[in-house]
Design a protein around this ligand. Structure first.
Ligand code: OOG
Ligand code: NI
Length: 408
């Protein structure tokens, strides 16, 4: 058998290459990495080096694709990196014309080797009410090729042979990186870009460019409040609310915040210049994975957050008062997942995303023109047909990991 590069190695190399590319494309991202590294070292100076290594290597990214074919290509590409689609996120409920999944590794071994994740959204053309606009968006997308022939050939080769040797792997990674590069040239004329953007800024972002540019990369912080404060102190325009649960003794799920999108110069087909807002920065703090019962309680608490007074943090904390905040109760009430380790039960880390938080991140980064009007329900079946396979059930994955022997 040929000497294949393992999917864990491919994923780690791809994640590092994306990070290097994004640092040059969005220099503020480099500042963010430095702040997070500082805060993490201060927060957990004695963290086991294995965990420390995982945390400083950890990041997620996000992309948005325009067609079912593009989504299926992404699914096949990420599979070579050991990443499978987990979960269905219905953003239409929040008024956004997309639905999403997250490509990520699923076993404990793969997650500890490198947990890189990619949040991937698919445009829902069916939610564009204006038929003319829908047709012109569909037409622009029909002639677009986001992957090179060479990349598609290597994906097919990896599928057929079960892997790639070093020679193929390095070409595969370079061609893969190219898919997510920023292109400042719009494929459509200014008038059409403006019409699409007026319908919804997300539609213009997805339809008008050569590829699904990476729109953010997110490092994992061990203290999001400290990181957010440090961002502000350095004059970074951070979003005013942290999405997700409040600060707690026992962190659960995911807390996220972002800095605002940059306005970047672009050139339209036809030659005129303009500007586009798409790319931003984000940080996240991960906590314990909740069971369906814990998640239902989380959703109820979140729904109870009052928007009346302007002290959002206090309202959030008050709404979460019913959520137990000690590990024993979280375990005895089966609200979170645990697994046995040498030192007793430890909570499983939440490896996924949250639809309400994701909607907040989208919204804060769509610029002033963002209008949320398409309120309708999701269509998981339609998404999975495009994807080519069903998405994995995150709760089943966590449940299986509670039985996995603990990593040594
Ligand atoms: C994705 C926004 C969602 C997250 O971390 O929840 C997201 C996007 O803007 O494309 O990245
Ligand atoms: Ni994100």
């Amino acid at each position: 058998m040929a000497d294949f590069v393992s999917s864990d190695t491919l994923r780690a190399r791809f994640s590092a290459a994306m990070s290097a590319m994004y640092r040059t494309e969005v220099p503020l991202y480099a500042d963010l990495l430095a702040i997070v590294a500082d805060v993490n070292a201060r927060t957990a100076p004695d963290l086991a080096s294995r965990d420390n290594a995982r945390i400083s290597e950890e990041r997620h990214g996000a992309i948005r694709v325009g067609t079912g074919e593009e989504l299926a290509q992404m699914r096949r590409f990420f599979a070579v990196l050991g990443m499978v689609p987990v979960g269905y996120y219905d953003l239409a409920q929040a008024g956004l014309p997309v639905h999403s999944t997250a490509f990520r590794p699923v076993t404990q071994a793969a997650l500890s080797a490198n947990p890189f994740r990619m949040f991937c959204s698919l445009l829902r053309l069916d939610l564009i009410a204006d038929a003319d606009l829908r047709d012109s968006a569909a037409q622009a997308l029909a002639s677009r090729r986001i992957c090179s022939e060479r990349l598609l050939d290597l994906v097919a080769k990896a599928e057929a042979d079960g892997g790639l040797d070093e020679g193929d792997a390095s070409v595969f990674l370079a061609e893969g990186l190219d898919v997510f590069r920023w292109h400042a040239e719009s494929r459509v004329k200014e008038a059409e870009y403006l019409r699409l953007r007026a319908q919804h800024p997300l539609i213009a972002d997805i339809v008008c460019f050569k590829g699904p540019h990476i729109n953010h990369l997110t490092p994992r912080t061990l203290d999001i409040d400290a990181t957010q404060a440090e961002m502000r102190a350095r004059g970074i325009d951070a979003k005013d609310r942290i999405e997700g649960p409040p600060r707690r003794q026992c962190p659960i799920l995911l807390r996220q915040t972002s800095f605002k999108a940059l306005s970047e110069p672009i050139r339209f087909a036809g030659g005129e210049g303009g500007s586009h807002t798409a790319r931003f920065g984000e940080i996240e703090q991960r906590g314990a994975a909740l069971t369906p019962k814990g998640r239902a309680l989380y959703d109820r608490c979140l729904a109870d957050v009052s928007d009346v007074a302007d002290d959002y943090d206090a309202n959030l904390a008050a709404a979460f008062a019913p959520f137990p905040d000690d590990w024993n109760t979280l375990r005895s009430e089966a609200l979170a997942y645990f697994r046995d380790s040498d030192t007793g039960p430890e909570p499983l880390v939440w490896e996924d995303f949250l639809p309400v938080s994701a909607a907040g991140i989208f919204r804060s980064n769509l610029g002033d023109g963002a209008r949320d009007e398409v309120v309708t329900s999701g269509s998981q079946a339609q998404f999975e047909t495009a994807l080519g396979i069903p998405v994995a059930d995150m709760f089943a994955l966590y449940a299986a990991q509670t039985d996995e022997p603990s990593a040594t």
